[in-house]
Design a protein around this ligand. Structure first.
Ligand SMILES: [Zn+2]
Length: 581
């Protein structure tokens, strides 16, 4: 015990000098390849890893030092290059990118400086335990139950589920400190890591040993291929080889459990014994939604994978077409809505979050509209809107004169903020659909190929190609830049009686926000209403004339289909005495 404490003290003194001398650039290297042999002992909650990683210097300067980080519950055993041990200093590093709130960081002196774009291959070994740990959440005041429901990752005899970057650093990463107490900081750090590793490759071979019969071993929903099973009395040793994968937006998630399996043509549901009814209900809801999703987003390029979580209070997590959720906690009334999202990922994928996630949320609104009508879809979008308004107005409070770099950084094409690339992007897709129509938007989506998406303007150009309308202003305000949200107000309404005894109402709508949009305007009169659409650019006004049969009573701008910062000024009462003869 004493010796260990001494060693830590010694190391931390040493590493302080290393840090000062070299001003570490933790994000200089990108991990381009992982080839890892993982040994899991569920009963001991242990993980041991041996393997190779390839690092590429993506900085502008030669790098003699590499930083490797793993969860603070794991320890570095060795780091070699070309078979020769390298000198490294191990130190704890505080960061909320791991559930423990800290990392075991190895600061490695490389045999020689790696030039920009150069690579180095390292042989690494580390081991330790992964137990349930919600420290990063409880230390910022999250109640214990909620924290454990969010950070549920652990290796255990009953059930193992461990998510990767952003949850548990069970494979090496390298990032600057992430701090949950700072708004969006964790999103940014994880987003940068995913962007850097988007084209990286990962290959796992996994050995698992425990009592009883061998369980299933999955990485991100896909079953790994069994290469060997050895029964040793009551215990077994199982070896699997998992399909090599490109990281893309995937967070590699290791699941080890004994599941029953329900196979349907478009979905596989893995569930715990006793959860049969919930599994069947989910599979059926998914099958019901599939034709609608295919009609909008094309045929499924892979099967959706839904996997049960043991703790009914665990919060679900998605990874492309893979959904990890406690099946018995899925509300049967919402199963179709959840499945629509998951199936959209199985049909359509994009390296850009506002497209990938934005469309999956948009699909949910579309599916609700098909099932229960437009108002149900608008209500669903409204449930996302309050959080979105908070995110957008918060920014406006901070900067009275908006800074151009913020507009770019927070734009849909650059943001890692979930509220923006999910909720705001969903609204953007809905508005585009209202502006150009279902058929045109479906054609634009069908023309999209993720491997050709090299420019942020690729998708906007595909959409523009399907319509005569100029949409450049819309993409500028909503996609390329973050101009906040519009704020519509009916400024005036002048009704006039016509020669044919009808009424012509001239409505002026002002947009007090900086983002323009096309918005519905409804004129209500005794016994009916008429809705027309009007385009109002940021900080400007537009006029529309509506002909109705009876005197107008009320004008309403925006039915909720356009996200707005203030919806309290959207209704205008027309006084009967105002009607000009
Ligand atoms: Zn999604």
């Amino acid at each position: 015990m004493k010796l260990r404490a001494f060693r830590f003290y010694f190391l931390s003194v040493l590493c302080a000098s290393v840090v000062n001398a070299f001003a570490l650039d933790r994000e200089a290297f990108t991990f381009t390849n992982y080839d890892l042999n993982v040994r899991v002992e569920p009963e001991q909650q242990r993980l041991g890893v041996r393997g190779k990683i390839t690092l590429r210097n993506d900085s502008q300067t030669p790098q003699k030092i590499a930083v490797l980080q793993i969860s603070s519950s794991l320890d570095w055993r060795s780091i070699k290059a070309g078979g020769k041990p390298l000198q490294f200093v191990a130190q704890p590093y505080t960061s909320d990118i791991d559930h423990t709130g800290a990392l075991s960081e190895a600061i490695v002196t490389l045999p020689e400086a790696v030039p920009p774009k150069g690579t180095v291959e390292l042989e690494i070994a580390y081991e330790g335990v992964i137990v349930l740990d919600a420290t990063r959440l409880t230390r910022i005041g999250t109640p214990e139950d909620a924290a454990r429901g969010t950070d549920w990752d652990q290796i255990s005899a009953k059930f193992t589920a461990v998510r990767g970057a952003g949850y548990v650093a069970w494979y090496p990463i390298a990032t600057e400190e992430a701090d949950l107490s700072e708004q969006n900081n964790l999103f940014d750090v994880v987003g940068r890591l995913k962007a850097r590793e988007a084209a990286s490759k990962m290959h796992f071979r996994i050995e698992e040993t425990s009592a009883g019969t061998p369980p299933q071993i999955l990485i991100s929903g896909d079953m790994c291929n069994v290469t060997m099973i050895e029964q040793m009395g009551l215990a077994h040793l199982a070896s699997v080889d998992c399909e090599p994968m490109w990281l893309g937006p995937i967070v590699p998630t290791l699941v080890i459990a004994s599941y029953a399996v329900l196979e349907r043509p478009d979905i596989t549901v893995r569930y715990f014994y006793g959860h049969d009814a919930a599994a069947t209900a989910y599979a059926e809801a998914a099958e019901q939604a599939t034709p609608f999703i295919i009609e909008w987003f094309g045929t499924l390029h892979k099967k959706a994978q839904t996997t049960d979580l043991a703790d009914p209070h665990a919060s679900p997590v998605e990874n492309g077409a893979f959904l990890l959720t406690p099946l018995t906690s899925v509300d049967p009334k919402l199963a179709g809505l959840i499945a629509a999202h998951q199936l959209t990922h199985a049909a359509f994928s994009s390296p850009r979050l506002w497209i990938d996630e934005g469309l999956a949320h948009f699909a949910q609104a579309l599916y609700l509209e098909q099932q229960r009508g437009r108002q149900a879809a608008l209500d669903y979008m409204a449930s996302h809107r309050s959080a979105l308004s908070a995110v957008e107005s918060d920014k406006e409070r901070q900067t009275t004169a908006p800074r151009s770099e913020d507009e770019v950084k927070r734009s849909l094409i650059n943001t890692y903020d979930e509220e923006l690339y999910r909720s705001k992007a969903m609204c953007v897709w809905w508005m585009l659909r209202d502006m150009i129509g279902d058929q045109a938007l479906k054609k634009a989506l069908a023309a999209y190929h993720p491997e050709q998406d090299k420019e942020p303007s690729y998708m906007p150009r595909l959409i523009q190609a399907q319509t005569q309308r100029d949409l450049e202003w819309f993409f500028d305000d909503w996609v390329y830049r973050d101009r906040g949200l519009p704020d519509f107000k009916v400024e005036s309404a002048f009704p006039r009686k016509t020669m044919t005894d009808e009424y012509l109402v001239t409505v002026t709508v002002a947009n007090l926000g900086r983002a323009g949009a096309e918005v519905p305007v409804t004129v209500k009169f005794a016994g009916g209403e008429i809705t027309k659409r009007i385009e109002v650019r940021g900080n400007s006004k537009s006029v529309i004339r509506v002909e109705i049969a009876k005197p107008p009573q009320e004008i309403v701008v925006n039915d909720g289909s356009v996200p707005e910062s203030d919806m309290t000024n959207n209704v205008f009462k027309v006084e009967a005495s105002n009607v000009a003869k």
